[in-house]
Design a protein around this ligand. Structure first.
Ligand code: KIV
Ligand code: ZN
Length: 519
């Protein structure tokens, strides 16, 4: 590998999926991994195999199917985690074990290890991983708040024990660009052997600096960036893949490094990740936001017509956005729909297309022009989550005189049930009806409505986030009727909550494996 090649390590399926409410189904994970592989990501962190049977199965299947990328699994610093991780990744063409331990004072206190005990643990676990796999990544979690001398000491131990990549995580999003560059540069200058392996950067976005910190780390000598699509991830998220990749492409003059990513695939995977994670992309998000290439003001439009470079530093087509897109209508056929969906990055199986086609026709009957965003909203409802609850019928009565009422029929595990409920507004009465038919104690954490396109016949897309016993699930739906979209999003979130298995986050104890013990 040349010195100016930067490896892209995508952790959407691990750090991204760890973000509360972003749980993906097995099929969704396989699909995202395929997208990542096709777009040229170098390493896919596919999950945390010991966390659950579901994670193990997803990592194993991704390992078996992936054609080009290295497949990596996460493991804490104990033999059981590492063995389980190896079991999951070992069938990959190119497997990697990623093992980590928190090295800062606060993190050392969790397993209650002193500096020497932790150093020994790092030596033992990296050696164990390296005896299983030739490709081992080691991370000192919370590296940016770890004492400098101790950080150098443990990085050297990990390299000597056989780590081929050392990742330097800014776990809590605390560092700043100059510091990030300096840290990597000094590590490379100070730690024996650091120059012979890859140094990676893993930044969180708590202060909004994840992209800047990752790029600064590259300037300091890092040659692997860890990132996620749409910046998905714990709390404020991780470095966004699309931002670092495009920044390196557009500003090659001051950052002369390149990646292997096909940037024209960015928009499609961004849409797909937004759909399956239930985390919509903010309109003004860099690169992939709905407004990232929109020029509304007169002066901007005038400049753009004369020369697009007046206000654009990259072309929409660079990230896979086609130019003007003609809407479909009620006379559009199945082939036109398939072609349009393919253009938007949704390559559907025949049965999925049939299902979408029925709903597209229904929408086109109610709405003259069906835009790309309408189709994306339709797809979002075509969830792969098993439907325990299905909406059969809803009638709400609302007006200036309360209370508002809802007549609702749901199919619950194959059996139809109806109820009449009242509430403070149509959505409240409809949600009360859902609660009356399907008893649960999930708490509504978020209820959000957006118009998909302009006009009073626009579809409303609704996101609902529910929390029950610490488990979080997000549901989405769209309909030209806002109350119908709301109820569908609510039951979609309930369906996701029902199937959501117990998951363990890195750092917590997994049943039967204590964070304290190496074995
Ligand atoms: O942010 C972090 O420190 C991590 C580690 C597990 C690498 O995600
Ligand atoms: Zn992280």
């Amino acid at each position: 590998m040349t010195k100016d090649r930067v490896l892209i390590f995508d952790t959407t399926l691990r750090d991204g999926e760890q973000s509360p409410g972003a749980t993906m189904t097995h099929e969704e994970k396989l699909e995202i991994a395929e997208f990542l592989d096709e777009m040229g990501v170098d390493i896919i962190e596919a999950g945390f195999p010991i966390a659950s049977e579901g994670d193990f199965r997803a990592v194993s299947e991704i390992a078996e199917r992936t054609k080009n990328a290295t497949i990596c699994g996460l493991a804490r610093a104990n033999y059981k985690d590492i063995d389980r991780c190896w079991e999951a990744v070992k069938h990959a063409k190119s497997p990697r074990i990623h093992t980590f331990i928190g090295t800062s004072p606060l993190h050392r206190a969790i397993p209650n290890l002193d500096m020497d005990q932790m150093a020994e643990r790092i030596h033992d676990t990296v050696t164990h991983a390296r005896n299983l796999c030739d490709n081992v990544q080691w991370s000192p979690m919370d590296a940016t708040r770890t004492e400098w001398d101790y950080l150098c000491r443990v990085v050297e131990i990990a390299i000597k024990a056989g780590a081929t990549t050392i990742n330097i995580p800014d776990t809590v999003g605390y560092t700043a660009p100059a510091e990030s560059a300096d840290l990597i540069k000094r590590l490379l200058e100070t730690v024996p052997g650091a120059d012979d392996i890859i140094i990676a950067t893993h930044c969180h976005n708590d202060l909004g600096m994840a992209t800047a910190n990752a790029l600064a780390a590259v300037l300091g000598g890092a040659r692997q960036i860890e990132c996620t699509i749409n910046g998905l991830g714990e709390r404020a998220g991780n470095t966004a893949l699309e931002e670092v990749v495009m920044a390196l492409k557009v500003r090659g003059d001051i950052m002369p490094y390149y990646t292997g990513v096909d940037t024209t695939k960015i928009m499609n995977i961004s849409r797909r990740v937004a759909t399956v994670s239930g985390f919509p992309v903010q309109f003004n998000k860099a690169i992939v936001g709905k407004n990232a290439f929109a020029h509304e003001s007169g002066i901007h439009q005038d400049g753009m017509l004369k020369n697009s470079e007046t206000f654009e530093i990259m072309r929409p087509s660079d990230v896979g956005l086609s130019g003007t897109s003609l809407p479909l209508g009620k006379h559009s056929g199945r082939a036109a729909l398939r072609a349009k969906l393919k253009e938007l990055g949704f390559d559907l199986a025949d049965n999925q297309l049939n299902d979408i086609f029925v709903r597209f026709k229904d929408l086109a009957d109610r709405k003259k022009e069906v835009y790309d965003d309408d189709l994306i909203a339709l797809i979002r409802q075509n969830d792969t989550v098993e439907d325990h609850l299905k909406l059969k019928q809803l009638r709400v009565v609302c007006g200036t005189e309360g209370p508002q009422t809802a007549d609702l029929t749901l199919e619950i595990d194959g059996e139809e049930k109806s109820v009449y409920a009242t509430g403070d507004g149509p959505v409240d009465s409809a949600f009360n009806a859902v609660k009356a038919l399907f008893k649960h104690h999930a708490r509504l954490q978020l209820y959000q409505v957006h118009a998909v396109t302009e006009g009073t016949d626009a579809q409303a897309t609704v996101s609902v986030r529910l929390e029950e016993d610490g488990r979080i699930a997000t549901g989405q739906s769209a309909d030209t009727d806002t109350v119908v979209a709301s109820v569908k999003a609510y039951i979609n979130a309930l369906n996701r909550l029902i199937v959501r298995r117990e998951k363990t986050a890195p750092g917590e104890d997994v049943k039967g494996v204590s964070y304290k013990d190496v074995n």
